[in-house]
Design a protein around this ligand. Structure first.
Ligand code: RI2
Length: 314
């Protein structure tokens, strides 16, 4: 059987009810745990097969944020035992360990990122990233005062989530539309964004619009800081694979009414873009900050050269 939580989580990730690379990873680990707890498999083989099927279902929801398959790999590789009960217990403790690591990584990353932020600095944000906000939180906890220019982030306006969080923390916020970013870059001390995936060459895959922002920021001389825990490192890129960019439904950017008004046009709605490493000043992780070109060393240390995926059929 497939646990209802697996189906619900998969749907919620696909619909972006659950979103943000780290949050998706946590939800995936939770769903595997639910699968293990609710499984009625009567043999270890059947239990493992169900868990692999659940992982495939979760993995197939969105293609770009590598935190999702990295979470599934982490949990599945810890599953061990000769009985259903032992397998169940090991899955539950793997999910618990995964969540604890995630929390710790984000806190440690925040402390590193906060060191880059000075009292009185203004940041510019794009989309909503819990890793990026962890840096702000840690800087505020250090007693620094910050203000923020928050890009709206079309088409789904996740900038509003960032603005709400920053206001709850007492940070003064100015919202701008995405197209206004360059005009405000001279007023900004740091561009601070998250990442859905980091490639072996140090390219940053993040919400559509990040690359244009980074190019503009470089041209204005504004430093670009990417907050990304190591869960965002994409191991497949070590062996030459590229990161798939999710194309989302056109209805997010062009409605039926728009079509009736405008006529027959093609619509493209990429969710992410790729920022080349030369436009990024630092990638901030829980292991310290790295120039993007050196991230490959950390990736190799943490993920090796890759092997068969634990959700493939045996
Ligand atoms: P955290 C989001 O993608 C944004 O691109 C954001 O920068 C990134 O995930 C990382 O978020 P989406 O799920 O893991 O909104 O830092 O498409 O929370």
């Amino acid at each position: 059987m497939t646990a209802p939580e697996v189906r619900d989580t998969a749907e919620d990730i696909a619909e972006m009810e659950i979103r943000g690379a780290a949050t998706i990873a946590r939800a995936a680990a939770d769903a595997l745990e639910a699968q293990a707890v609710e499984s009625d498999a009567d043999t270890p083989e059947a239990f493992r097969a169900e868990l692999r099927a659940a992982a495939r279902r979760l993995r197939d929801t969105r293609p770009t944020a590598v935190s999702l398959p990295n979470a599934l790999r982490y949990v599945l590789r810890e599953v061990e035992g000769d009985s259903v009960e032992a397998l169940r217990e090991s899955t539950v403790s793997a999910a618990e360990a995964f969540r604890a690591n995630l929390d710790r990584a984000q806190e440690d990353l925040g402390a590193v990122g906060a060191n880059r932020l000075r009292d009185g600095d203004t940041i510019m944000t794009h989309c909503h990233s819990t890793d990026a906000l962890a840096c702000v939180r840690a800087a505020l906890d250090d007693g620094k005062e910050l203000s923020a220019i928050v890009k709206e982030t079309r088409p789904r306006k996740q900038g509003h989530i960032t603005a709400k969080q920053l206001r709850e923390w007492g940070v003064p916020v100015t919202i701008i539309v995405d197209n206004a970013a360059r005009r405000y870059l001279d007023d900004v001390d740091h561009v601070l964004v998250g990442a859905d995936s980091i490639a072996a060459d140090g390219s940053v895959i993040n919400k559509i619009g990040t690359s244009g922002l980074a190019v503009n920021a470089r041209e204005r001389g504004t430093p670009i800081m990417v907050a990304a825990q190591t869960l965002k490192l994409h191991p497949d890129t070590l062996t030459g694979h590229t990161v798939e960019i999710e194309m989302r439904d056109e209805a997010e950017v062009f409605t039926e009414d728009d079509r009736a008004e405008v006529g027959d046009v093609d619509v493209e709605n990429p969710a992410f873009d790729v920022t080349p490493p030369r436009y990024v000043d630092a990638i901030v992780t829980e292991r310290g900050q790295f120039p993007p070109e050196s991230i490959v060393t950390l990736m190799r240390e943490l993920y090796g050269e890759g092997d068969t995926e634990p959700w493939e059929e045996e």
